[in-house]
Design a protein around this ligand. Sequence first.
Ligand code: AMP
Length: 210
Amino acid sequence: MARNILLFGPQGSGKGTQGEKLSAVLHLPYIVTGNIFRENIKQNTAIGQTIKGYINAGKLVPDQVTNTMIGERISQPDCHAGFVLDGFPRNLVQAEALDAIVPVTHLLHIAIQDQSAIQRIAERRTCVANGHVYHLTFNPPKVSNVCDVDGSELKQRDDDTAAALTQRLTIYHQETEPLLGHYQKLGVVYTINGEQAIADVWKDIQALFA
Ligand code: AMP
């Protein structure tokens, strides 16, 4: 049976760090809405031009754009055995759109406090080439300011400012977190303590798929 896995949790909960490992271990594509959007902005595509203002302000991109993009992506042949999806769905309209395409088999809810999110995002750095994620204290690159994986430069994201982060956390609590109720009814929610060290969060995730 396909494993259609959602990574769920507030900004800075470690979805990116854990999601890359999980997709590698399970041999499933890792699909990150934020990365796809940022790539469109970098390439200055028509979608990129439409969404840039939303992203930099910390607002959600309109559902129609997001749902179409994800619907097309998860219908590709490489998703037949499943996928690890990070950043989608973020509201009920998106969740219903996803349910209409495939059943979600696991929702990994990585739970952290807002205070931790704020502290982590302040020290988050992301590689410009592929969006690999680092933390200056807890998960630093081997060479300062250089991505371990692809050698590209590390930068702070444009929406990792204090103002945009406050907006993103507010949306998370108002629109995204309530989806837990929706998926709890389907019996697919697994909550993990995201306040732990990266290695311990990873152990908890691995145990679910052992
Ligand atoms: P992230 O990298 O997950 O923090 O996403 C960065 C930004 O991309 C968000 O603040 C939104 O502006 C946009 N975004 C990512 N995923 C979605 C989504 N499912 N729906 C709408 N906007 C999204």
